[in-house]
Design a protein around this ligand. Structure first.
Ligand code: ZN
Ligand code: ZN
Length: 239
């Protein structure tokens, strides 16, 4: 499935303004209907997430938001990333605007007329992080194909967006040349889970029922393990 490619101006608009989407609602009996749903600006939703002032009552917080502390940090991280990267982008275009929302609106005047990979990454990440009601799928045991870290991938099937909280890479289903396709990420996740790549070895049973080591995933497993060991060493050295 492909959607028309959005321009940087479209992405910035959803970050800074309230926006109305049409959404398909599926009821318990399986029937569906289309509704117009108005969302607050994504930046406001992120800000809300960092202060923990969610619009749902506190009674629900304990049970429904099991992953809230992580989401809270992710929201803070993302706001900092957008602030940092948009300031750098502002420098390029001679924009010196300390207020994030105003800076993005001014940026839109310069880069809004075309798709922008970085702006799209902010938007995708914000969409992934701000959905409190149904947390994103986190494929444990799948290293991010871009940065190799584990536990950082977030996938929203309904939105057709994938995002890595570690390196900021995004995947989607638009088929645009500058964003890797979500299908590729899904394939990677399935392969990594089939082959249990983050475990030391992957055993299969041969025809006689004897365990034999899988060779298909050997190279990936060794490469990932040695990268992992390098990371641990670097942390130990305090690098
Ligand atoms: Zn990554
Ligand atoms: Zn294997």
């Amino acid at each position: 499935m492909t959607r028309p490619e959005l321009l940087a101006a479209d992405h910035i608009r959803e970050l800074v303004q309230s926006h109305t989407n049409t959404e398909r609602i599926t009821r318990d009996d399986g029937t569906t209907s289309i509704h117009a749903v108005t969302h607050p600006p994504l930046l406001d939703q992120l800000q809300q997430a960092t202060t923990g002032s969610s619009n749902l009552s506190d009674d629900n917080a304990g049970t429904r938001f099991g992953s809230k502390p992580a989401g809270h940090l992710e929201a803070l991280d993302l706001l900092a990333r957008i602030d940092r990267q948009s300031a750098a982008l502002g420098d390029v275009h001679g924009i010196d605007e300390p207020h994030l929302t105003k800076r993005l609106i001014r940026l839109s005047g310069f880069i809004g007329h075309r798709p922008d990979r970085q702006v799209k990454a902010w938007w995708s990440a914000a969409r992934v992080i701000t959905h409190w009601d149904s947390p994103a799928y986190r494929p444990h045991g799948t290293p991010c194909p871009a940065c190799w870290d584990t536990g950082t991938l977030r996938i929203r099937i309904d939105e057709e967006i994938g995002h890595c909280t570690g390196c900021g890479e995004t995947w989607d289903a638009t088929g645009s040349p500058d964003t890797p396709p979500l299908g590729l990420l899904a394939q990677h996740v399935r392969w990594c889970s089939d082959h249990e790549v983050t475990k030391p070895r992957h055993w299969l049973l041969d025809d006689g029922g004897f365990p034999v080591e899988c060779t298909e995933c050997l190279d990936f497993r060794e490469a990932w393990a040695s990268w992992r060991a390098g990371q641990t060493e670097a942390v130990a050295r305090g690098a």
